[in-house]
Write a protein that binds this ligand. Structure first.
Ligand code: FAD
Length: 404
């Protein structure tokens, strides 16, 4: 029986191993840490948001735009659910976000491991792979202690995000040693760090809003619940645009964010709306005028930014005051000076250049017999189940090694 070695026992590696074993290969999984699926156990705050019903190519990012579709078309949302159902898992869905019914990430990991045990896969922990070589018609995978011969090798070592879970970037070195290019990895799904502004005074506030991020090339926008921090801004919208900020900063391009705390209103019409609100609510000071819209700390920070004393009566404000306050509310500027680092990142943007990988099989175009799966590739998804979907889809496809 043909041998397959899967390097990396994370989400993508475990899915690839099940797929390879079901396709008929004799499978060995080599995981460098002592725990399989260590990162998987941390996903979704321990509940594992394993997929999302809302699907669009725009949720996945890659230098080669169409590349992720190769795997995603073969393993769309329902196929991923069918796969996990075949392992005995059932689901809980909230607004399209899919979790295991138990709301425990360990259920997902354990379902994969049970299947591997039943399929007779050889699963090893504490086995860090240090080299991959060609050996006649076969490939040779080396760890510090021993080596494994195989017809197929699936590289699923993850990226550099959350290295405490084992993904320390060593997969890139293995890929590079075989001639693969690596697009410089940067952290993604991380908070944004900004030059200090009065917004820092609203630290701890959560508020609805939109971020428009200018990375020197394009505007990237994301809306949702913002989380104001002492160092900048966090929350899902900040996470969604962070990959662009990290990339631009790593290339020396300046990054600016413009935050709207009233995204439902057009900033150009806001001065009139504010004037009308002030007329409708006589006898109030500016803090009271804003109190129906924002938490107190945020109102204070916005007024400070606009240069308006908090407790002066909001009577007959001048156009300049209305303009300044509208600007603070709906176009609060932040100079972005950094992002969270890899230790805080949920995913890596960048990785093995997909131009050297066949999207229909995940096989290397330059080193036949070598396949890739998961985050090690230059593919990252938005927050919301898309990174795990990519891990499953690319792993299931790689495991087939070109077979139907
Ligand atoms: C805190 C957190 C929460 C997240 N929550 C979600 C979520 O809810 N939904 C979602 O879609 N995504 C989530 N993600 C992202 C998602 O977990 C990852 O994108 C996904 O797990 C990547 O899977 P992978 O198998 O490619 O890589 P990894 O999970 O990183 O696995 C790679 C494995 O390879 C091993 N390895 C590395 N080098 C070697 C080597 N040389 N030899 C042997 N083994 C090696 C590593 O130890 C590791 O176990 C989250 C990420 C984090 C950090």
């Amino acid at each position: 029986m043909a041998q397959t070695v899967v390097i990396g026992g994370g989400a993508a590696g475990l899915a690839a191993a099940v797929s390879a074993a079901r396709t008929g290969f004799q499978v060995t999984v080599l995981e460098r840490t002592d725990t399989l699926g260590k990162k998987l156990l941390s996903t979704g705050n321990g509940r594992c948001n394993l997929a999302n019903r809302a699907q669009s190519p725009s949720f996945y990012h890659c230098n080669e735009e169409g590349f992720p579709l190769g795997a995603l078309k073969r393993f769309p949302f329902q196929a991923v659910l069918d796969f996990f159902e075949s392992l005995g898992l059932s689901f809980k869905e909230r607004e399209g976000y899919v979790y295991p019914r138990s709301l425990k990430a360990s259920s997902v990991r354990d379902a994969l491991l049970s299947e591997l045990r039943v399929l007779g896969a050889d699963v090893r922990t504490g086995a860090k792979v240090t080299g991959i070589f060609r050996d006649g018609n076969r490939l040779l995978v080396k760890t510090a202690e021993t080596s494994f011969g195989a017809e197929g090798v699936i590289l699923a070592c993850g990226g550099k995000a959350f290295p405490a879970s084992g993904s320390d970037g060593s997969g890139y070195l293995l890929a590079e040693s075989l001639g693969h290019r690596v697009i410089p990895p940067v952290p993604a799904l991380v908070p944004l760090y900004a030059e200090k502004t009065p917004l820092a005074k609203a630290e701890g506030v959560r508020a609805a809003g939109r971020i428009d991020l200018y990375d020197g090339a394009r505007v990237r926008s994301a809306a949702g619940e913002l989380q104001i921090t002492g160092f900048g801004i966090s929350g899902i919208p900040a996470f969604q645009v962070s990959r662009y900020a990290a990339r631009a900063l790593s290339e020396g391009r300046p990054v600016k964010a413009v935050v709207s705390f009233l995204p439902e209103y057009d900033v150009r019409k806001l001065p009139d709306r504010l004037a009308e609100r002030i007329r409708r609510l006589p006898g109030r000071d500016f803090m009271e005028i804003l109190s129906g819209w924002f938490p107190e700390k945020l109102s204070a920070a916005l007024l400070k930014k606009a240069g308006i004393p908090l407790h002066i009566p909001a009577r007959d404000p001048s156009p300049r005051v209305l303009q300044a306050l509208s600007g603070a509310i709906a176009a609060f500027p932040l100079n972005i000076v950094g992002t969270g680092d890899f230790s805080k990142a949920q995913v890596t943007a960048g990785g093995v250049d997909t131009a050297q990988v066949d999207p229909d099989t995940m096989e290397s175009r330059i080193f036949p017999g070598l396949y890739f799966a998961g985050e090690i590739l230059d593919v990252d998804g938005d927050c919301g189940g898309y990174n795990l979907h990519w891990a499953w889809a690319s792993g299931l496809l790689a495991g087939k090694q070109g077979k139907q």
